[in-house]
Design a protein around this ligand. Structure first.
Ligand code: ASP
Length: 343
């Protein structure tokens, strides 16, 4: 039987960084050299692998949709040659990249696992070794037809994950969806939670970001500030609101700004500021007012998923009506819409 094979792409991030006099920064060739010497990666029971280190290694704080396309296109070029893909990436924007890829990689039927580390690979007590080895094992041997994020001891759906800790090894969480796999002395993959495998041909959709903003409401926020933001050419707004999707209902200026923007076809998506839970604009009168202003529900999506999904839908060239409808529909397991799913 042919040995399984995994494509490992190093895009940058702490895992392959070295100390410089300005702090940690990626160094070309360094991670590849380290990985070649890693005994566990080269054991007989491990899959074949190929490491591709990108020319322009970045701290992931510098990521843009152009880098997302480079990663997606790299996967596309190697799609038929490998059983799975591991993307080594910085943790700061890892959840954005995993979310973006989940939409850009259409009809995926192989595992794409994004991972990295909190301590560089070459440093004492690095978490990079375990994160990489486990990701490679998962990518090679399990039927996971989706973009995932692996960190510490959990495999998460990529568009459900969020960075929750700047310092600790348990740096990611998935507030509204269970982990797809739990890693201890055994590897427990829960196939019931996975997206169903695809039969259509795999393809990549490029994202061209339209002018979109993300705003978190706060007590004392002025309607004028929001108005300044919602001027042309803005096309979308992710509005992070209180609790179940509530905002001040007694500030008529604030509501009018939203209503007028929505009437101009700016798509305004309601996302909760809470770590866990879902927007329900029928729960409180305050939330209902937003609904009346034309704001649509983002349900239980993370901000990362909502933003990248909106980018993706605009990039498909859909009408405003279609984008609104698809924003509220589950495309890649990124949201639970009880109004649809209860039926
Ligand atoms: N600043 C780094 C990055 O996101 C942090 C990390 O990799 O953990 O690239």
């Amino acid at each position: 039987m042919k040995k399984r094979s995994v494509y490992i792409a190093y895009t940058g991030g702490t895992i392959g960084m070295k100390k410089t006099k300005h702090g940690f920064a990626p160094e070309a060739g360094y991670l590849t050299r380290e990985l070649k010497q890693l005994a566990d990666l080269n054991r007989a029971e491990m899959p074949d692998y190929l490491i591709h280190e990108y020319d322009n290694l970045i701290d992931s704080s510098n990521i843009t949709p152009n880098e997302w396309f480079n990663i997606a296109d790299d996967i596309r070029k190697n799609y038929d040659k490998f059983d799975g893909f591991v993307i080594l990436h910085g943790t700061d924007t890892m959840a954005y990249t995993a979310s973006a890829l989940s939409f850009m990689l259409e009809d995926l039927d192989k595992p794409v696992i994004v991972t990295g580390s909190q301590i560089p690979f070459g440093e004492l007590r690095s978490d990079g070794r375990d994160n990489l080895i486990t990701s490679v094992i998962l990518a090679a041997n399990y039927a996971i037809p989706e973009v995932c994020l692996f960190f510490h001891d959990r495999l998460y759906r990529g568009n459900r994950a969020q960075k929750i800790d700047a310092n600790n090894f348990h740096a990611f969480g998935s507030p509204n969806y269970p982990a797809l796999a739990k890693i201890g002395t055994t590897i427990d993959v829960n196939e019931q939670l996975m997206i169903k495998a695809n039969t259509k041909p795999f393809k990549v959709q490029k994202i061209t970001p339209p002018p979109i903003a993300v705003v978190s409401i706060f007590p004392g926020m002025s309607a004028q500030m929001l108005k300044n933001l919602l001027i042309e050419p803005i096309q979308g707004l992710i509005l992070q609101t209180y609790g179940m999707g509530n905002a001040p209902s007694n500030d008529t200026d604030f509501l009018q700004v939203l209503e007028q923007a929505s009437a101009r076809d700016v798509i305004i998506v309601n996302i909760s500021q809470c770590y866990r839970g879902s927007v329900d604009m029928h729960g409180y009168a305050t939330g209902n007012r937003l609904n009346q202003c034309g704001v649509i529900s983002g349900f239980d999506m993370t901000t990362e998923a909502a933003l990248t999904k909106l980018y993706y839908l605009f990039s498909l060239g859909l009408s405003v009506q279609d984008i609104k409808q698809k924003m509220q529909t589950n495309l890649r397991g990124e949201l639970t819409n009880p109004e649809i799913e209860v039926k």
